[in-house]
Design a protein around this ligand. Structure first.
Ligand SMILES: *Cc1c(COP(=O)(O)O)cnc(C)c1O
Length: 449
């Protein structure tokens, strides 16, 4: 790992401030680019190292990165360089993983709605595939070349229950994912599906995500382990050779501490099933948010500061287009907001309650409500912390707002910051092209009175 990470004794907040100052100086964010995303490559390296360390005792483990958490090719290339594979859930994500240089054998395809073409492509490439349901297994029966190098698994839903965010809970009784194990007859059908298919060698469970307690996730994995033992006993050999335990480690958005840690998670897993790490099964993981969230931030210019009904509102360029979940589900996804002046220096001034709003044309486009911050003014900047996963990497095209540019950064011991481009900001020409510019007169000529 870069020694700068250890030499740099500043707090995360001070580092973000130093990076913002440099980014404003270099006009990476400002008048021309009123919003941008930033990714800390030293931080990403440290997060990946922590993941590897926590699973260090497991003899055979493949850590994949859930591409939807940061669907950016340079990020995937950095992670591949650090020994990670990719978990993909669409043809687009598969393409990004391949373009990033991820070897097909280190890619896991988990799309919930795989088409026959998608399945055939994965099997031809040797990409591992987890079938979502038994009907999908029948498609695999028909499509699998005899010499396919793909590891093939079945996703199960251990139905252990919900966390605090329903939309993030994948192991409820009625979740759309996987084979619901506790439904009448389901366990027997799963055992039979394996008995009929000697090439089916993996069980997959992704039990939860943000809002799910570790014990709940661990119980779902333990249940999957017990099912693998049951299946292997039923078929009379060790047909299942690996378990894909998914991702889903929650992230603390309230302050700079990383909690829970990967060590906390492996402790919970070991408590739920002590044999999980003994090497009987190879393991695959699919973490996303926990690797990237705290290693990124959004910076946005304040365009106006106004008052309405006694409330101060800072109208900024970061709203639902780049902080979609926070704006649409503010109770579930609160973000820390920092206030900076026009040069990118932390603002002082007695905090006053204000709303931090975005540029979208709907009244709910507010990323923080009634937040105590030094009074924001035109030309200032706001920083949305912990947005390295599922935020600027996953923009929403509402109002034809451009996808913001993304920059990677690394700091050295002297506090110097180096930047590298990750994704260019979208141009107006690109927005027009994507909005049917090439077909501009097709509707007017389609039907004539
Ligand atoms: C989204 C997803 C992940 C990653 O979840 P995180 O909460 O970001 O760790 C892993 N596996 C599957 C199947 C997913 O859908």
């Amino acid at each position: 790992m870069d020694s700068a990470t250890f030499l740099d004794s500043r707090t995360a907040e001070e580092r973000v401030a130093a990076v913002l100052r440099q980014a404003v100086d270099r006009k990476l964010v400002g008048t021309e680019q009123p919003v941008a995303g930033f990714l800390d490559t030293d931080g990403i390296r440290a997060s990946v190292a922590a993941l590897h360390a926590a699973f260090g005792e497991v003899p055979d483990v493949l850590h994949t990165f859930a591409v939807k958490a940061s669907s950016l090719i340079p990020v995937l290339r950095l992670l591949a360089d650090l020994g990670m594979g990719c978990e993909v859930a669409s043809p687009g994500e598969l393409r990004l993983a391949l373009d990033a240089g991820c070897a097909p054998g280190r890619i896991v395809l988990d799309s919930p709605a795989k088409t026959r073409e998608e399945i055939a492509e994965a099997l031809a490439l040797g990409v591992a595939l987890n079938a979502d349901n038994l009907d999908e297994l029948e498609r695999v029966d028909a499509l699998r070349p005899a010499d396919s190098a793909s590891v093939i698994g079945l996703r199960v839903n251990p139905q252990v229950g919900s966390g605090s965010i329903g939309a993030m809970s994948t192991a409820t009784a009625t979740s759309k994912f996987g084979v619901a194990l506790r439904d009448p007859g389901a366990r027997e059908r799963v055992v039979r599906a394996f008995a009929e298919r000697p090439w089916l060698t993996r069980l997959h469970a992704h039990v939860g995500s943000q809002g799910c307690p570790l014990e709940l996730i661990a119980e779902g994995i333990a249940e999957t382990y017990r099912l693998a033992e049951e299946i292997n006993a039923a078929v009379g050999e060790r047909q299942i050779t690996s378990l894909d335990i998914g991702g889903g480690l929650p992230v603390n958005f309230a302050d700079d501490t990383v909690r829970p840690t990967y060590e906390d998670y492996t402790r919970a897993l070991r408590a739920a099933e002590p044999r999980l790490f003994d090497g009987r099964y190879g393991l695959v993981t699919e973490f996303g948010r926990s690797l990237l969230a705290k290693n990124g931030f959004i910076a946005a210019r304040v365009e106006y500061a106004k008052e309405a009904g006694g409330r101060r509102i800072a109208v900024t360029h970061a709203g639902a287009q780049t902080a979609t979940r926070t704006v649409l589900m503010p109770g579930a996804w609160p973000l820390r907001v920092g206030a900076f002046d026009a040069q990118g220096r932390p603002k002082d001034g007695t905090p006053v309650a204000q709303d931090v709003a975005g540029p979208c044309c709907f009244a709910g486009d507010v990323v923080a409500e009634d937040r105590a911050l030094p009074p924001l003014a035109e030309g200032d900047f706001v920083v949305l912390r912990d947005t390295g996963a599922y935020y600027f990497s996953t923009p929403w095209a509402y109002n034809s707002l451009p996808r913001p540019g993304v920059h990677g950064y690394a700091t050295d011991a002297a506090g110097d910051v180096r930047f590298a481009p990750v994704r260019d900001a979208q141009t107006l020409d690109e927005i027009a092209a994507e909005s049917g510019a090439g077909h501009a007169d097709r509707l007017t000529t389609l039907s004539r009175p």
